[in-house]
Design a binder for this molecule. Structure first.
Ligand code: ZN
Length: 260
């Protein structure tokens, strides 16, 4: 089965039906990451429409400033969510540095909760890579997916040593540096994502809406880079995702579905 471990399904709007049809036809297990509370509530509704969609709750660093002063309100969503994300830091694309303390406060709250509740996390790490690794170590959060890693190679190595998983996405089709990262991630920590619908539009600065099947292009690129067949990469990523969620009481049905 194909794995798209980081997607913003609630952002498809009028194209949502088409996206869900593609997910079902191509059998793409989809981790639907939230940006904030309304986004999570929407994803929960979408999740009811396909067993392949796993909605998870987080507050994106871009939305952190709106939530930093009312964190206890979030606990009921954190407690019911099977995993945590999208959370993280963005100290690069988010230019307003006055939001950084709020980003840090929200991130630490979520990582602490993930540690306590033993849930996997799905992380945005732009320019906060080392800080985020330090938090994972501090709260002993061993199951982490680092989404679209583009940071320094030495932190990548430290994250690999800690056992973080890495989602490679569409930028592997365009960027030499991302190709280097995609080659450096060891087999057992490799995952795939699309970060759709917005990733292609953002990368190519056009109006292209990324559809779920784009994950096949990522797999083809990984196969070329890692001198493997696309079938081998697909099965490797599937095995890795199964290992990540194995024995997770929150993800029994997902694990059963992936083991079918
Ligand atoms: Zn994202």
């Amino acid at each position: 089965m194909l794995i798209d471990a980081h997607v913003h399904l609630d952002k498809y709007g009028a194209l949502l039906d088409r996206a869900l049809k593609e997910i079902n036809e191509q059998q793409i297990f989809t981790v639907a990451t939230a940006m904030d509370v309304p986004s999570y509530l929407e994803l929960q509704k979408i999740g009811e429409r396909s067993e392949l969609v796993l909605p998870i709750f987080g507050i994106h660093p871009r939305r952190a400033a709106d939530y930093a002063d009312r964190l206890p309100e979030l606990s009921r969503h954190i407690e019911t969510s099977p995993a945590i994300g999208e959370i993280g830091l963005d100290l690069h694309w988010v230019k307003d540095a006055t939001t950084y303390p709020a980003q840090r406060k929200v991130l630490e709250y979520f990582i602490a909760a993930a540690g306590e509740q033993n849930k996997f996390v799905n992380l945005h790490t732009k320019a906060g890579e080392k800080e985020i690794l330090d938090l994972l170590v501090k709260y002993d959060v061993r199951r982490a997916i680092i989404h679209w890693y583009s940071g320094p190679m030495d932190v990548l190595t430290a994250m690999i040593d800690f056992g973080c998983y890495f989602t490679i996405g569409v930028e592997v089709l365009y960027s030499g540096y991302i190709k280097e990262i995609a080659k450096a991630v060891p087999d057992h920590l490799l995952l795939t994502e699309t970060d759709n619908p917005g990733a292609l539009k953002w990368l190519k600065k056009n109006e292209e809406i990324g559809m779920p099947a784009v994950v096949n292009d990522v797999i083809a690129a990984l196969a070329t880079l890692r001198q493997a067949t696309p079938e081998k990469i697909e099965s490797l990523v599937h095995t890795n995702f199964c290992r990540l969620i194995a024995n997770d009481p929150w993800l029994k049905s997902a694990h059963a579905l992936l083991s079918r």
